[in-house]
Design a protein around this ligand. Structure first.
Ligand code: C2E
Ligand code: MG
Ligand code: MG
Length: 573
């Protein structure tokens, strides 16, 4: 009979040797289970066991010297302990019993009521209950598509691994991986194919890493990988390279042979941080840098990136302050007809007068505003200011002078941009047709997505009679296909094709191609960054109708811009 009895390993945390002996003897008498009992006499000894338990259940006395079971329960919760903890309470206090249950104890047993049947039943229940809880948790914290962990589980596991590393003095690495141009695959081949690809990539990731490491999918095509027990930074780099090359094998999916690539950002403990948040933030930043460098790149977090991060944080803080203290200004740069310099409208460009760090350019602060979501309230301020300008002009009798505002993809994705624009314009008594909106090619990519918010926002803009311009044309991923699918009114040739350190146009062939293309699609063209007479003349010869640039005017404060609007013609300075 003895050989069919189930073995249960019990760790008793008890500072009183006599009490331990009583329990031990009671458990040894069991005819239901074969209990293997071990004795731990302090909380300090018990702590390492929480991370890697060598038992199936803990029996913990509530009062343990100066500490109590409360401390152990708190720590067990933090470390995500997978073994149930039953607390032995001596004081027969309802309050104490409630407290230990609240803190995650599986159950409590009043010491004076202890009996073998009670112990057997309580231990059996606690173990079954814990198993069910872990299973449920496993389901909630998994990504249903790939079966990998999700962000929540990743953070928890990272937290326990960090505690272990801190005790043992070992290192670990956090990798952030993102598929390059996954969105294009999703858009062109459809979401079901995109899903199949994600499953295939997850399998490849699993095959590359060791059993002890952990992978999670934390967003559409974003994966995080935890590499535990690291010998050196170069080991982590080697794993990252292995992943990049595994992903880049041709992927047979849904009848297509896809060539995908991945970029990876990497942060190390202890070098780059000692909390899950810090490490994940830094791996994310390294990934951002990897993507900036091109496809299939691996980037470690560096001190240089650290400096960038600090700058990012200080800009973020400054922007919040600026929003509250009205430190933004909206400048206006004239847009004119090349043939006679007649001013048709202005582009609104944001300026930030930052008290502490001097002038910060939009190219520095706009990306931070986008990454932090601050672009949404800042963008609303821009709409408000532009409408106020238009209202003042109306009062002065200036008619038909448009203001074009720049709108980030995130503003459109947030989905309340058009509402804000409509309500601000109507509150100020401005016709929405006096406003033009400049979006980037990235928004246009989003704009062809079937169910996204961006296409809805763009369609509503058109319904309101608002012209849509594609900014910085030619520098993003835009293709003619997108331009056809989502017709826009104006194409702006990016200034990098126009201005150069010489008199001539930087890229005359590209400029010509854009002008021809826009003409055939019935769109207007604005050339940005015209700085010299030669550039102006060449663009005019190509048939480019409109322009803006330092040659005629820099972005101006409202009063100066108003003088241009009144005259209606930009004469050479
Ligand atoms: P953008 O929309 O392409 O704006 C044109 C940029 O070119 C402006 O830079 C303008 O000052 C500059 N520029 C104009 N003429 C010339 C020229 O002849 N030569 C040269 N080298 N540059 C010229 P700025 O004001 O620094 O803005 C940079 C970018 O920041 C803008 O590029 C736009 O993408 C973004 N931005 C500015 N204001 C806003 C805003 O209110 N909201 C959003 N979302 N983005 C904004
Ligand atoms: Mg613009
Ligand atoms: Mg531009």
């Amino acid at each position: 009979m003895d050989n069919v009895k189930r073995t249960i390993r019990v760790s008793v945390v008890e500072d009183d040797p006599a009490d331990f002996l009583i329990l031990d003897e009671m458990l040894l008498d069991s005819s239901r289970f074969r209990f293997q009992v071990s004795h731990i006499s302090t909380i300090d000894e018990a702590r390492p066991q929480l991370l890697a338990p060598e038992c199936d259940v803990f029996l913990v006395d509530y009062f343990l010297g100066r500490e109590t079971a409360r401390d152990l329960l708190l720590e067990a919760r933090k470390l995500h302990c997978t073994v149930p903890i039953i607390v032995l309470t001596g004081a027969n206090s309802q309050k104490l019993d409630d407290e230990v249950l609240e803190l995650g104890a599986a159950d409590f047993l009043p010491k004076e009521e202890l009996s073998l049947p009670l112990l057997e039943r309580t231990i059996g229940h606690a173990m079954r209950h814990k198993r069910a809880e872990l299973e449920l948790e496993r389901m909630v914290k998994r990504d249903p598509l790939t079966g990998l962990g999700n962000r929540l589980l990743f953070e928890e596991i990272l937290e326990s691994s960090l505690s272990r590393c801190k005790r043992s003095g070992s290192s670990l690495a956090v990798l952030f991986m993102d598929l390059d141009r996954f969105k294009e695959i999703n858009d062109s081949l459809g979401h079901p194919t995109g899903d199949l690809l994600l499953v295939l990539i997850s399998d490849r990731l699993r095959s590359v890493i060791r059993e002890a490491d952990f992978i999670a999918r934390i967003g559409g095509d974003e994966f995080t990988i935890l590499i535990d027990d690291l010998h050196s930074a170069s080991d982590a780099l080697a794993v990252a390279q292995k992943i990049v090359s595994a992903v880049s094998h041709p992927s047979p999916v849904g009848g297509h042979e896809l060539n995908v690539s991945a970029s990876i950002g990497l942060a190390l403990y202890p070098e780059n941080g000692d909390t899950p948040i810090k490490l994940m933030q830094k791996a994310d930043l390294a990934l951002y840098e990897a993507k900036r460098r091109g496809l299939s790149k691996v980037q470690c977090f560096t001190t240089n990136l650290q400096t960038q991060l600090e700058k990012h944080l200080s800009i973020e803080k400054g922007l919040r302050h600026a929003l509250e203290h009205d430190q933004f200004e909206l400048y206006l740069q004239p847009q004119w007809e090349l043939k006679d310099r007649k001013v048709l409208g202005f582009e609104a460009l944001l300026r930030w007068r930052c008290g502490t760090s001097g002038a910060v350019t939009p190219d520095e602060f706009i990306p931070v505003a986008e990454k932090t979501g601050l672009i949404v309230p800042i963008g609303e301020w821009v709409i408000f200011k532009a409408c106020q300008y238009l209202k003042e002009w109306q009062a002065m009798g200036i008619e038909n002078c448009r203001i074009a505002i720049n709108v980030s993809p995130l503003q459109l994705r947030a989905g309340r941009f058009v509402d804000a624009l409509e309500s601000i314009a109507s509150a100020e008594g401005i016709g929405t047709d006096l406003i033009e909106v400049e979006i980037t090619e990235e928004s246009l990519l989003d704009g062809v997505e079937e169910h996204g918010r961006v296409p809805k926002e763009l369609s509503r803009l058109r319904e309101l009679g608002i012209k849509i311009a594609i900014d910085d044309f030619g520098t993003g991923y835009s293709s003619l296909r997108y331009l056809r699918q989502f017709p826009v009114d104006v194409v702006k040739i990016d200034k990098s094709f126009v201005s150069s350190d010489q008199d001539a146009l930087m890229e005359p062939e590209i400029c010509r191609a854009i002008v021809t293309m826009a003409e055939s699609l019935g769109m207007d063209v604005v050339a940005e960054g015209i700085e010299t007479q030669v550039q102006l003349a060449t663009l005019q010869k190509m048939g480019c109708p409109l322009g803006q640039g330092y040659l005629v005017a820099r972005p101006l404060p409202f009063e100066a811009a108003t003088r241009w609007a009144l005259v209606g013609r930009a004469s050479p300075a």
